[in-house]
Design a protein around this ligand. Structure first.
Ligand code: C2O
Length: 606
């Protein structure tokens, strides 16, 4: 464990994790080895003991620290009553799709009282990623940070004196398995988190019967530079983040460097990571760092306000130094944007640019082999699943689902998609032998019919004739197959169907370039001209604006079955997902090896 982390957090005890480092044969790459014991523990917050599922007794879980090129080995010991998978969010998993940990996509869950070992390399990635459970909603408390440091030890910016993980999450006091079920059967809009948290601490904005919740506390020394590694691990919301009295310089996102950009407000979408430098150059007092969830204004359905704050305090100050500054009685609090501000994030993300010269850029510039236009929205299905026509508009004859192009994703139940594919057991639409494999359908390239996607009048559900026509949605295991080395463009279109959420879209197994985003409906003739093909940022999660669109391109060069979904947990549970399948290339070095021998067996589904 690095000295820096220990000093930074105090919350990151590696109680059970064995962090071994040994030199790999014949290279300077190391093996980073951990044991993750998954158990249920009771944690007390807001006057309640809540049973939560965690790794090694910790919330958030242990940090994984590695150097570019290292091999990571994590033994997961499942002592919880739930089937578990761990996904290494943003790790490209080059030729190691089996270790991606997407439940029922790349593997069946690790059953209670069994173990599985994940092995993968952190190749050419540097910065911050994170790991989380990828079954049901359990990732609420089953997550932790991944820090990948550059092999050369050199950064393309001011070298930080210390790393500081800043994991924004939610504290839930509900049965998360039930929450997931509720969402997949139409949503229970009272299912909300109890609080927001920073590094597992709810912070002093929360109290119960006069007992104030602890703050995460960061001690800083005057003049030192801190690399704040922000992770949004929340199930529900995008967050704004500020530090009172300090400027922040964004230097990375999703384990890719960005051109340094200085601001006082950060927007971090669900699933996204943002690396920022903060120099401790303010008068040596106490300051809050604060995180506030945003949401669209009414008529969108509203959730409570979620905010958490942590404390920054200057240490090692000589007494006369302190005396020269008159600190206020209370720590300084930053001025936060409104919780209904959905514009600041669009500017923030629009200001991210990559470093020029990325080796994939020439290929990204064209030709583009596949174009997908994906409308992200909400529709409904008939409660009687044998029917396709029923009363909609909030009538109990139908229930709400989330979709991509009016298809709501259905996870395979008996075997994972990757295994089915590997052993040649996927079937296309026409094949009706449903028992012997996984029936899949093609993800449509465009919505079944064009409409004014971002028309505000679509939001109210009840009595909305326009919306009712657009609602009909079907369930399917939707995949899209790409030849090895295909250049793919995806335009994500957020819609106003039932609500006007933004959509943090995440792709496994590949980073993509974000070429442009905008408000309203995407119009190729107009919008292609705005594409940044010079220095677009490279990401694994793109914040698709509320009532807007975003265009990405990637090279499908990693064989496997890769989940692609909105990182809002309720959107995943409701079906806003699909799988991109990438075929093997012509050589062994371009082909997926066979599965590891201890890959969990699929038991008959409950
Ligand atoms: Cu962090 Cu499939 O996601």
């Amino acid at each position: 464990m690095s000295k820096m982390l220990r000093m930074a957090a105090g919350v990151f005890f590696f109680l059970f994790a064995v962090a071994l480092s040994s030199a790999g044969a014949g290279s300077d790459a190391a093996v980073v080895e951990h044991t993750f014991v998954v158990t249920q523990v009771r944690m007390r917050h807001l006057c309640n003991d809540t049973l939560v599922t965690v790794v090694n007794g910790q919330f958030p879980g242990p940090a994984l620290e590695a150097t570019e090129g290292d091999t990571v080995v994590v033994h997961v010991v499942n002592e919880s009553p739930h089937g578990i998978t761990i996904h290494w969010h943003g790790v490209k998993q080059r030729l190691s799709c089996w270790a991606d940990g997407a439940g029922m996509v790349t593997q069946c869950p690790i059953q209670p009282n069994t173990t599985f070992t994940y092995r993968f390399e952190v190749g050419d990635q540097v910065g911050t990623l994170w790991w989380h459970a990828h079954v049901s909603s359990l990732r609420a408390t089953l997550h932790g940070i991944i820090i990948i440091r550059p092999k050369s030890g050199a950064y393309p910016f001011l070298k930080p004196d210390m790393d500081v993980p800043v994991i924004i999450s939610e504290w839930w006091q509900r049965d998360l398995i039930k929450v997931d079920k509720n969402f997949s059967t139409g949503g229970n809009f009272d299912d909300n988190p109890a609080a927001a948290a920073i590094n597992g601490k709810l912070g002093d904005l929360y109290n119960c019967s006069g007992i104030i919740e602890d703050n995460f506390v960061l001690d800083v020394e005057p003049g030192k530079t801190y690399l704040l590694r922000l992770v949004n691990a929340a199930l529900f919301s995008e967050y704004y983040f500020k530090v009172a009295g300090h400027k922040l310089t964004v230097v990375g996102s999703d384990a890719n460097y960005v051109r340094p950009y200085t601001t006082d407000v950060i927007a971090v979408g669900a699933g996204e990571t943002i690396d920022v430098l903060m120099v401790a150059d303010a008068p040596p007092c106490q300051y809050y760092m604060a995180a506030l969830a945003n949401q669209p204004p009414p008529p969108d359905p509203q959730i409570p306000v979620f905010a958490s704050r942590a404390l920054i305090q200057y240490t090692n100050i000589s007494s006369n130094h302190a005396a020269r500054h008159s600190c206020g009685k209370e720590p300084l609090m930053p001025d936060m944007p409104s919780q209904h501000d959905t514009i600041t994030t669009v500017y923030f993300h629009g200001n991210l640019t990559g470093l020029p010269g990325h080796p994939l850029l020439p290929q990204i510039r064209g030709p583009v082999h596949e174009h997908l236009y994906l409308a992200l929205g909400k529709g409904s299905m008939c409660t009687d699943r044998n029917k396709t026509s029923c009363k909609r508009g909030g009538n109990p004859e139908s229930f709400e689902v989330a979709y991509i192009n009016n298809v709501s994703f259905h996870l395979p139940e008996k075997t994972s998609l990757l295994e089915a594919r590997y052993y040649g057991r996927t079937m296309n639409n026409s094949d009706h032998n449903w028992n012997s494999g996984v029936p899949v359908e093609d993800l449509p390239s465009k919505p079944p019919r064009a409409f004014n996607y971002t028309d505000n009048a679509l939001i109210p559900v009840a009595g909305n004739v326009k919306l009712e026509e657009l609602e009909p949605t079907r369930k399917a295991t939707m995949t899209r197959r790409f030849r090895y080395n295909t250049t793919v463009e995806v335009v994500f279109q957020s819609t106003a169907t039932m609500q006007s959420d933004s959509n943090p879209m995440h792709l496994h197994g590949h980073d993509f370039f974000v070429l442009a985003h905008g408000h309203g409906n995407y119009d190729a003739r107009r919008d292609v001209k705005s594409y940044n093909l010079v220095d677009p940022p490279m990401k694994n999660t793109v914040q698709v604006p509320r009532l807007g669109w975003a265009a990405i391109r990637f090279v499908a060069d990693n064989p496997g079955a890769w989940f692609m979904h909105c990182h809002f947990e309720f959107h995943i549970a409701m079906g806003m997902a699909a799988v991109f399948e990438v075929e093997n290339g012509p050589t062994l070095e371009m082909s997926l090896p066979p599965p590891p021998l201890d890959l969990p067996k699929c038991t008959q589904h409950e």
